[in-house]
Ligand binder design. Structure first.
Ligand SMILES: C[S@@+](CC[C@H](N)C(=O)[O-])C[C@H]1O[C@@H](n2cnc3c(N)ncnc32)[C@H](O)[C@@H]1O
Length: 293
């Protein structure tokens, strides 16, 4: 899906759930920096140009990837037409003429690959979308396809989460104060984001996102958006994922963590490869898989 769309009079409405999601859940500029660092560490002396974002949704990583460095290109793939049209309008607002450096493709990720699209230096599958693959055959088919869609030095990056407190049924509430990092991006008023783990049976994970947004016409009141997003995920273990990545032919599969200890200032930032079992006893963790072609 390509081509220009007409800009709406207002970029968003107070209940634009994709805009709320973008501020509540995503940090695309950090992800763009992290993806580049991963590539440059496993491929010394090479610099990634083409990012392919699978399960792209808002396609915010693609936009950040292009925004942060001239000469880069991105391919954003998602099967939801409305979401991708929203993403395309956002890209036009934030990137102007450079929005043409992002190709938006409305299709199943398994239908998109070279030679119709260029082989990617990096394929990213962030915010845990790998969990959409419910059975081993589907996971293997996706990993196989990703391997074929990568350039010879390419890497596939996706993230996982776990720990007993992360899968314990319950709701956590977060107050979100949007702080744009790209000069072309406008903030929206602060709001509340609720992350609910509704159930977890070891394999299957039912999660929900709800929002509570200040009512713009009735100060002091809020508008509730229940089940704005629902997730029916297969909660793969790190070990299962590592075995599957090696099994389809990735030459090197690393587990990375990005952690921050605010008490140590800039020295408290860690981003790098760790032993796969070094964090599994933690009550709460997130990790990246970096799978090299
Ligand atoms: C959690 S959302 C967006 C995640 C996004 N990468 C992020 O960082 O927030 C997952 C998206 O995957 C899309 N999706 C699910 N299955 C898909 C498939 N087989 N092919 C393409 N897109 C798919 C959905 O339409 C949805 O927009």
């Amino acid at each position: 899906m390509t081509g220009g769309l007409t800009e709406p009079a207002f970029a968003t409405t107070p209940m634009d759930k994709l805009e709320l999601y973008r501020w509540a859940v995503q940090d695309p500029e950090t992800h763009a920096v992290v993806l580049c660092k991963m590539y440059e560490e496993v491929r010394p002396d090479r610099h990634p140009v083409i990012l392919r974002e699978d399960f792209a949704g808002t396609s915010a990583e693609s936009v950040a990837w292009v925004a942060l460095k001239k000469g880069r290109r991105a391919i954003a793939v998602d099967l939801d037409k409305q979401t991708l049209e929203w993403a395309q309008r956002r890209a036009a607002r934030l990137l102007g003429a450079r929005a043409s450096e992002v190709a938006f493709i409305c299709d199943d990720v398994l239908n998109v690959g070279p030679p119709e699209v260029p082989a990617a230096d990096i394929i990213s599958v962030l915010n845990f979308s790998i969990y959409y693959q419910h059975d081993p055959q589907k996971l293997r088919a996706f990993l196989d396809h990703a391997l074929d869609a990568l350039a010879p030095d390419g890497i596939l990056v996706f993230n996982l989460f776990g720990g007993s407190s992360n899968v314990q049924p319950g709701t956590t509430r977060h107050w979100v104060e949007p702080k744009p990092r790209l000069p072309s991006e406008a903030a929206i008023p602060a709001f509340e984001y609720l992350w609910e783990v509704r159930s977890h049976d070891g394999e299957r994970l039912d999660c929900r996102i709800h929002f509570s947004v200040p009512d713009p016409v009735a100060p002091g009141r809020t508008c509730e958006l229940r089940d704005a997003f629902t997730y029916d995920w297969r909660h793969w273990s790190v070990q299962e994922i590592l075995e599957m990545c090696s099994g389809v032919g990735f030459s090197d599969v690393q587990v990375w963590r990005h952690t921050y200890d605010p008490s140590a200032g800039t020295a408290g930032v860690f981003l790098g490869s760790v032993q796969p079992d070094s964090f599994l006893a933690l009550e709460s963790w997130t990790a990246y898989i970096v799978a090299c072609r």
